[in-house]
Ligand binder design. Structure first.
Ligand SMILES: Nc1ncnc2c1ncn2[C@@H]1O[C@H](COP(=O)(O)OP(=O)(O)OP(=O)(O)O)[C@@H](O)[C@H]1O
Length: 222
C-alpha cells in the first residue's frame, strides 16, 4: 500500500502573478499518493496558474500550500513552438539536467536511464527523432519519460489530450494509470467535462475553486 499522507495540501490558497492581482483563490484540497485528479475549468479559469503554483513558481498570496514531493510537468507542445532541433532523447535528458549542477553534461548512466525511460513509454526506437517531428501523442509520452527520469512524485499534465486521436488518447490514459499505480500523484488539466470525469477526483476552478471531490457529485454542478 502507498503511504496515504497527502502529497499536496492546499488550504484557503490564493495565487497570482508578481505585481498583479490574485487570479485564483479559495483552493482547499488534498491529493494522496497514487491519486489522479482532473483539473476542470474554462480557458483563463486558472488551471495553468495552479500548475505553476504547484511547481513553486508562484508564491501563495494567502493561505498555505504544502507540496511533499518532486513535481514534474508535461506541458503543452503545439507544433508552432517546436522549431528547436532537439532529439527525443535530448528532451528526456533535460529531466536529468534539472537535478545536476549546471556544469555537468549528461553522462553514460544518464543516457542509459533516459533510454530506459523512453522504453517505458514505448518510444525506444524514436530516441534520435527530432522532437518536433513526433506526433502529438508521442511528444506527450517523451515528456512523461522526462518526468520519469526526474523521478517526479507529482506529474502535472496541461491539457494533454488536445489534438490526440483515440488511440493516442487511450495510450496516454494507460500511461497515466501506470504512473498512479506506482504511487505518483497525477494532475490532468482539461476544459472537457467528460475527460475530467475519468479520474479519481475532480478539482473544478474558475478564478476560484468551485468544487473538489469524486467525479459524480462534482460534475453534476459543472
Ligand atoms: N504570466 C502571466 N502574468 C500575469 N497574469 C497571467 C499570466 N498567465 C496567466 N495570467 C492570468 O491568469 C488568468 C488565468 O490563466 P491560466 O493560464 O491559469 O488559465 P487556464 O485555465 O490555464 O486557461 P487556458 O486553458 O486558456 O490555458 C488569466 O486570465 C490571466 O489573467
Amino acid at each position: 500500500m502507498h503511504d496515504r499522507r497527502p502529497v499536496i495540501a492546499a488550504r484557503e490558497l490564493a495565487v497570482g502573478y508578481p505585481g498583479g492581482p490574485v487570479v485564483l483563490s479559495d483552493l482547499t484540497f488534498a491529493v494522496a499518493p497514487g491519486e489522479r485528479v482532473g483539473v476542470l475549468g474554462p480557458n483563463g479559469g486558472g488551471k495553468t496558474t495552479l500548475m505553476r503554483a504547484l511547481l513553486g513558481e508562484l508564491e501563495p498570496r494567502a493561505g498555505t500550500l504544502v507540496v511533499e514531493g518532486r513535481p514534474g510537468t508535461v506541458p503543452q507542445t503545439d507544433r508552432s513552438r517546436l522549431d528547436y532541433p532537439v532529439s527525443a532523447l535530448d528532451v528526456v535528458l533535460m529531466g536529468a539536467l534539472s537535478r545536476s549542477p549546471w556544469w555537468r553534461r549528461p553522462g553514460r548512466s544518464e543516457r542509459a536511464a533516459a533510454l530506459a525511460a523512453l522504453g517505458r513509454v514505448g518510444l525506444a526506437d524514436r530516441a534520435r527523432t527530432t522532437f518536433g517531428e513526433l506526433s502529438g501523442g508521442q511528444r506527450q509520452r517523451v515528456l512523461v519519460a522526462r518526468a520519469l527520469l526526474q523521478d517526479a512524485d507529482i506529474v502535472l499534465f496541461d491539457e494533454p489530450f488536445t489534438g490526440l486521436d483515440a488511440a493516442s488518447t487511450d495510450r496516454l490514459m494507460a500511461l497515466i494509470d501506470d504512473l498512479a499505480g506506482e504511487g505518483r500523484c497525477v494532475l490532468v488539466s482539461t476544459h472537457d467535462v467528460a475527460q475530467a470525469g475519468a479520474w479519481d477526483h475532480v478539482l473544478r476552478v474558475d478564478r476560484r475553486m468551485l468544487d473538489y471531490g469524486p467525479p459524480e457529485p462534482v460534475l453534476v454542478h459543472a
